[in-house]
Design a protein around this ligand. Structure first.
Ligand code: GLN
Length: 312
């Protein structure tokens, strides 16, 4: 990694340059089609936030507008499970990319109900079950975790988005029942689905997200509070899982173009981690064919290209 010090790079200037260069990327993708409530979100919005391990923060555009984090919640659920139950979760979920859409049933059926990784829907459902079995109020535990990481108590679940996904998310219901029939989910399927869907419906801004991920760039320690969130080894592993599984069947292309661990969600958010340097969150609601933010990926590509920061 080219080890530029923050002082040597004008991060705010870089964000301004990215915002300008991105203008041609809008209108090429489609706002999330799987959750009707998200279709009401105007597509050409853009925000970006950076939080460094030194505690510095930089924002541009709609960086403080809350949006639906969707699958970004899977990182928080994984971290919470690691905190509470440690490594036992790996008996029930794998660590390999799936090469298939995030809500695919195909591999799950073939592979006996053991999801490929924690960042596809099936894996997150198993983790939610694992968390619910070990914590009386899984939803509250994750919500408080996220609020404390972001230093923002107003982070909340958007009830309309949760309701909309409950009414239309048939594939997730199918996944959960398949998992239950293979004994990969032990708890009540409806409750697990409810918690999973509600945590996807959390709303956070780019700035909240950049703050919430900074400890993953800082060996597990939150730079603002000094609080140790996860042991260093777990942090390396969460980053490795994001690098290999964080963008579903678009993950190889993302590693090629951007070259950092990251996680996406169908609300149009993508959060990347540059170990020992910073976390960077971007929001642009129009998605590509894999359900990843089209302009968001381009923004991160420009960010690593112009900064020289990459893990490779
Ligand atoms: N709530 C969405 C789902 O379960 C999350 C998918 C995503 O963000 N990729 O389908």
């Amino acid at each position: 990694m080219q080890n530029l010090r923050f002082a040597e790079l004008d991060i705010q200037g870089l964000l301004r340059r990215i915002e300008q260069e991105l203008s041609s990327e809008f209108g090429k993708g489609q706002v999330c089609t799987t959750i009707p409530e998200l279709q009401t979100v105007p597509g050409s919005q853009f925000g970006m936030a950076v939080a460094t391990v030194n505690g510095d923060e930089f924002v541009i555009g709609a960086a403080e507008t809350p949006f639906s984090i969707q699958s970004l919640s899977k990182v928080f659920v994984l971290e919470k499970v690691l905190q509470i139950t440690g490594a036992s979760l790996w008996e029930r979920v794998g660590r390999e990319p799936s090469g298939l859409p995030f809500n695919s049933l195909a591999l799950l059926e073939i592979e006996g109900g053991v999801p490929r990784n924690p960042f596809i829907n099936a894996g997150a459902l198993v983790l939610t079950d694992h968390l619910a079995a070990n914590h009386a109020t899984a939803e509250k535990a994750v919500l408080q975790f996220v609020q404390s990481l972001s230093a923002n108590d107003s982070i909340a679940i958007n009830e309309r988005v949760a309701k909309s996904e409950k009414e239309t998310g048939g594939l997730n219901f199918a996944l959960a029942h398949l998992l239950r029939s293979r004994k990969s989910i032990a708890g009540n399927v409806d409750q697990i689905l409810d918690t999973y869907i509600r945590l996807c419906a959390l709303e956070m801004s780019c700035l909240d997200l950049a703050r919430a991920f900074t400890h993953l760039a800082n060996n597990g320690v939150c730079p603002r509070s000094g609080q140790s969130v996860l042991p260093e080894l777990d942090v390396r592993r969460v980053n490795a899982l994001m690098l290999t599984c964080g963008l579903y069947d678009g993950v190889g292309n993302f590693a090629y173009r951007v070259g950092i661990p990251a996680k996406s969600g169908v609300g149009g958010g993508v959060v990347g981690v540059i170990p020992r340097v910073l976390s960077v969150a971007v929001w642009a609601p129009e998605l590509d064919a894999q359900g990843n933010s089209l302009a968001g990926i381009s923004a991160l590509e420009l960010f690593t290209k112009y900064s020289g920061w990459s893990i490779f």
